[in-house]
Design a protein around this ligand. Structure first.
Ligand code: GLN
Length: 195
C-alpha cells in the first residue's frame, strides 16, 4: 500500500508514524511518505492531509501543483483523510477563509475555521466513535468546527453531542488530531478503505 502525507506544512511526521503503526496492525505492507510533488501521486492508494495552517497548506498545494490533482483523485474515489487544517481543505464550505484560500471542496460539510477563539484554543475531550464503543481521546488545537453536515457526509465522531468527525465514501474529515495520541483506530479505519 502506498500512502502519501501532504508534506508542505504541519504535523506531517506524526501522521507518518501513526499510519505506519496502523498498517502494521492491519498486517499490510507498504510505504508512507512525504507527499510534496504531483509526480508522487502515481499509483498512490490513500492520502493524508495533516493539521497545520490551512492558509499555508492551501497556498503551497496550489504552488506545488497538488491541489487540482488531489481534487481529481478524491472525486474518483481515492481515500483521503484530513485532520484539522486538513479537514478545512476537504470541506465544500468554509466560514472565515481568507480571500485567496483555495479548497478541495470534496466533503459535504460547512466548517468554521477558527470557531473556538483564543480562550479555549486548545483542549482535550473524550469522543464517541460511530464504529467502536471504546472512547477516543480528542486533541483539539485551534480546531475548526463542523457547523453543517449535508448531502452524503455522515457523522463518524462526536464530542458530547457535537459532530467532530465525518465520513463520505472514501473521505474522512476530523476536527481533532488522532496522530497526537497512541490510538491508531482512526488511521486503521481509514486505511481499510484503501484495501
Ligand atoms: N484553524 C486552523 C486553520 O485555519 C487549523 C488549526 C490546526 O490544524 N491545528 O488552519
Amino acid at each position: 500500500m502506498k500512502v502519501g502525507v501532504i508534506g508542505v506544512q504541519g504535523a506531517v511526521s506524526e501522521h507518518i508514524e501513526a499510519a505506519k503503526k496502523a498498517m502494521e496492525k492491519l498486517g499490510v505492507s507498504g510505504k508512507v511518505f512525504w507527499l510534496k510533488k504531483p509526480e508522487q501521486l502515481e499509483s498512490i492508494d490513500a492520502i493524508i492531509i495533516p493539521g497545520g495552517e490551512s492558509t499555508t497548506i492551501s497556498r503551497l498545494m496550489v504552488k506545488n501543483g497538488l491541489l487540482d490533482k488531489v481534487r481529481e483523485l478524491g472525486e474518483s474515489g481515492l481515500p483521503i483523510i484530513g485532520t484539522c487544517a486538513g479537514l478545512i481543505m476537504l470541506a465544500k464550505e468554509v466560514d472565515g477563509a481568507i480571500e485567496e484560500q483555495r479548497f478541495l471542496e470534496l466533503l459535504d460539510i460547512k466548517v468554521n475555521r477558527n470557531a473556538y477563539g483564543r480562550q479555549v484554543d486548545s483542549f482535550e475531550a473524550p469522543l464517541r466513535l460511530t464504529f467502536d464503543e471504546e472512547p477516543f481521546l480528542g486533541v483539539f488545537i485551534r480546531a475548526p468546527r463542523i457547523v453543517e453536515v449535508f448531502g452524503k457526509a455522515k457523522p463518524l465522531a462526536y464530542c458530547r453531542n457535537e459532530v467532530v468527525g465525518v465520513e463520505q465514501d472514501g473521505l474522512i474529515g476530523l476536527t481533532f488530531h488522532p496522530e497526537l495520541t497512541d490510538d491508531t483506530r482512526l488511521h486503521e479505519y481509514f486505511l481499510r478503505k484503501a484495501l
